[in-house]
Ligand binder design. Sequence first.
Ligand code: TXA
Ligand code: MG
Length: 324
Amino acid sequence: MLAVDEVSPSPAAIREAALVLARGGLVAFPTETVYGLGARGLHEDEVARIFAAKGRPSLHPLILHVDGSPMAERLARSWPEAAASLAAAFWPGPLTLIVPRAAIVPANVSGGLPTVGLRAPRHGVAQALISAVGEPLAAPSANAHTHVSPTTAAHVVRSLGDRVDVVLDSGPTEHGIESTVVDVTCDPPRVLRPGALGLEPLRTVVPSLRYESAVALEGEARASPGQAKKHYAPRARVVVADASELAHLLQGAARGVLLVFGEEAKKLPSSIVLPSDPAGYARELFAALHRAEAEGADLVGIERPPDSPGWWAVRDRVRRATQE
Ligand code: TXA
Ligand code: MG
């Protein structure tokens, strides 16, 4: 584990991590969303190591992390107008664009799909690492498959242990929830995964942007294969319930933990209190799930988040954490 400052990352630490990547190793690095598990994205055998380390099915596509639009355009067979305007508005930032895949991108990056996911992260360490390596970094969230995404370096180590060669540690991530994934290969473009960037700002740039909640997406042949229902599940039974039902839940559990945010619920025993605004809640949700798991919880009861648009990504992740 190497501690690195987000604003002025130590050149020595970045050089060391870049060297590990150039030798074919795996480096976990912070982004503004969650920690990523990186390998050089144009090297098929190195990309394959990511799938092996995570235990991730080979059909689940990875995101390539770039230093900006010029690098991204070289990875795309074509660059749709919506990609250009969304990248101009939101890169660097928590937005992943799905575009047609260029021939230089190995097929295993995309799980064999003709498209590729691209994102320019805003985090200083991610940016420094990409420029030191000089090519895009393939990086999924740095957790074992089906495990909760990491928002700290300690989460990465707990989930992947020595399957990662270096972990760059810049402390807790800013958003705590993954990027928003938008497919711009279709017209109108559509959201495949709600995330840190909200629907409202996206629609100021692409007013026709489609979003159906993942419940609807699961009904059709899934466009985003990583979006399996249990993707974010921690290793305990997770139940979502209204505040009034939460106390009940604890009764049957040997070690129950409640994740609450509402005023009334805050008085319940064994509860982790999360912020009551969606951005604050998103920032702390995964850390709370990691903590409940580390404490050996057999049951996690989550107070049902509000059904308003600002909570879209939180509701998606909470729903995925439940194993109903
Ligand atoms: O914030 C994030 O996006 C983090 C950080 C590390 O950048 N990364 C991340 O990667 O969450 P991962 O692999 O855990 O999730 C990638 C998501 C999945 O839902 C996957 O299905 C979707 O992006 N995706 C990637 N490439 C795709 C493609 N070509 N077509 C459709 N969906 C794609
Ligand atoms: Mg993930």
